[in-house]
Design a protein around this ligand. Structure first.
Ligand SMILES: Cc1cc2nc3c(=O)[nH]c(=O)nc-3n(C[C@H](O)[C@H](O)[C@H](O)COP(=O)(O)OP(=O)(O)OC[C@H]3O[C@@H](n4cnc5c(N)ncnc54)[C@H](O)[C@@H]3O)c2cc1C
Length: 471
């Protein structure tokens, strides 16, 4: 189905037609359950409040559109300097030549909900105690309630010898960047033709779409098989985590695929620097060793864990990496991040993992990549967070306690080759949460159906379902 037809179907379905007519059309497209049955939405509120949404991406625009409908008498402002709305999951498909760059973005002006004020500037500071936001040119905006959704910050410079500008030099690539994904496609084809050693890595911080670096690695491998040059390549994957994937239902098959495709996997390792002229990557591996320690006073012996780091250098012909990632600087500077625990070093926003309400400032909700919650940072997760954050924000505005609960749902369509996807859907407890009708099949393995979903269905659903706040 073309993008245009899909748009018409969705708009009719979600906006104007009655539900029965819509379900017929959607069933024909085989997407009925993915669209889901929308829960009955609360009636519009008469409240007159000022709400600022910082960041108009997957989370921010979905929230702004719904808030506009729910609060017709309130002032809703979106602050975001971006000219374009990118469908970032498409970056992997640009990097592997499945999509063209033009296919993954729409003009931000076309995505902005009607009736919302758009301040086209970047937030440079936030004063949560004073309920105010400062944007470029030092313009101050005040709010009663804040939706904090600026996504995350890519910290390229934390890899020595790397910057966003120099991405591509010395054949160092990253699909975490729009231009970077285009360079990757050119480089991938040249690498597959010439042969050599490919190093693929993720990073030591939490990062959006943990599957993306693995997908581009597997796609490179398959491209080489398709072009009959696989024998001339050595492929190695280095992960900062303690295992390749940590969702037990899906991990065994993914590990098996890496074995079958002869791609080595090294755990607890990340890139600390690159020498692009010499094509060398500097890596750090952290091992956890168990030691027996005897207490000199009690004489008791107990086992303790100690982390030991070693560094080493590897030569490559192509290097693909994910940069270290954190909350944007203004979030850290405003003191809105976690102050202790594993989410503190990168200042992920300190929200309650169930309600998405800030722990110190109850007039702030935060969701999407910036939120400090133990889920996988994906737009699939955002889709389930938006209705929860919306309901809780409406409760707070009306003076009630937030009651809606997010269960940590996230999904990562791990592309395993050109034609198959391992559709990982899971919750906070890493238990599978397979959506119907996929739940009728064995989703612990890659499938053709999930590939069709990934390549043809999810993008129009993003632009015409999620962004306008219908899906
Ligand atoms: C390579 C790649 C592959 C991915 N694959 C998948 C996938 O297969 N499935 C999946 O579900 N997800 C995937 N994702 C993740 C998904 O794109 C993100 O999780 C999602 O976009 C997060 O939404 P968000 O609204 O939090 O942030 P974003 O969508 O990034 O939006 C943040 C917005 O905030 C704005 N902003 C930033 N700083 C400021 C500021 N200072 N002031 C004002 N505005 C600001 C930005 O301009 C932007 O518009 C992938 C991401 C990448 C990079």
């Amino acid at each position: 189905m073309s993008d245009k037809n899909f748009k018409i179907m969705l708009e009719n379905a979600l906006g104007q037609l009655d539900r029965r007519t819509f379900l017929k059309g959607a069933a024909a497209a085989g997407v009925v359950s993915l669209l889901g049955v929308r829960p009955a939405e609360a009636a519009a509120s008469a409240a007159k409040v000022k709400i600022i949404v910082i960041g108009g991406g997957a989370a921010g625009l979905g929230m702004a559109a719904r808030l506009r409908r729910k609060l017709p008498h309130s002032e809703i402002t979106v602050i975001d300097p971006a000219e374009r709305q990118y469908y970032q999951p498409g970056f992997t498909l640009i990097g592997s030549g499945v999509y063209t760059p033009k296919q993954v973005w729409h003009k931000q002006s076309d995505c902005m909900p009607k009736g919302v004020k758009w301040v086209k500037k970047a937030v440079i500071a936030l004063e949560p105690a004073a309920n105010s936001v400062i944007v470029t040119d030092n313009e101050k905006h005040s709010y009663d309630f804040l939706v904090l959704t600026p996504g995350l910050q890519l910290n390229w410079e934390l890899v020595e010898g790397l910057s966003r500008k120099t991405l591509g030099e010395g054949n160092v690539h990253s699909i975490y960047d729009f231009e970077g994904s285009q360079k990757m496609w050119t480089a991938m084809q040249a690498f597959v033709a010439q042969g050599g050693r490919g190093i693929f890595t993720d990073t030591y911080t939490k990062h959006k779409c943990g599957g993306a670096p693995k997908k581009i690695c597997l796609l490179t491998e398959h491209l080489a098989r398709k072009r009959k040059t696989r024998e001339s390549l050595t492929l190695d994957y280095f992960t900062g985590s303690k295992q390749l994937y940590d969702v037990p239902f899906f991990t065994p098959r993914l590990e098996e695929i890496y074995k079958e495709r002869n791609v080595s996997v090294t755990t607890r390792t990340h890139v600390t620097g690159v020498d692009t002229a010499a094509k060398k990557a500097f890596l750090k591996q952290t091992e956890i060793i168990k030691k027996e320690v005897t207490d000199p006073l009690s004489g008791e012996t107990k086992s303790v864990e100690e982390s030991v780091a070693k560094t080493f250098t590897e030569s490559y012909d192509i290097l693909h990496l994910a940069p270290p990632q954190s909350a944007p600087d203004f979030v850290r500077q405003a003191g809105l991040g976690w102050s202790e625990g594993s989410l503190a070093p990168e200042s992920w926003v300190m929200v309650d993992k169930d309600t998405l309400v800030h722990k110190t400032f109850p007039n702030i909700v935060s969701l999407g990549d910036v939120a400090g919650i133990p889920t996988s940072k994906t737009s699939a997760a955002v889709r389930k967070q938006v209705p929860v954050a919306l309901r809780n924000l409406l409760s707070l505005i009306e003076g009630r306690a937030p009651e809606a609960v997010y269960n940590g749902y996230a999904a990562c369509p791990i592309i395993t080759d050109y034609g198959h996807v391992l559709m990982a859907e899971f919750d906070y407890d890493k238990k599978p949460q397979i959506s119907f009708p996929l739940s009728m099949f064995d989703m612990s393995k890659e499938s053709r159906m999930a590939w069709m979903l990934k390549v043809y269905v999810l993008k129009p659903l993003y632009f015409y379902g999620m962004i306008p706040g219908y899906w």
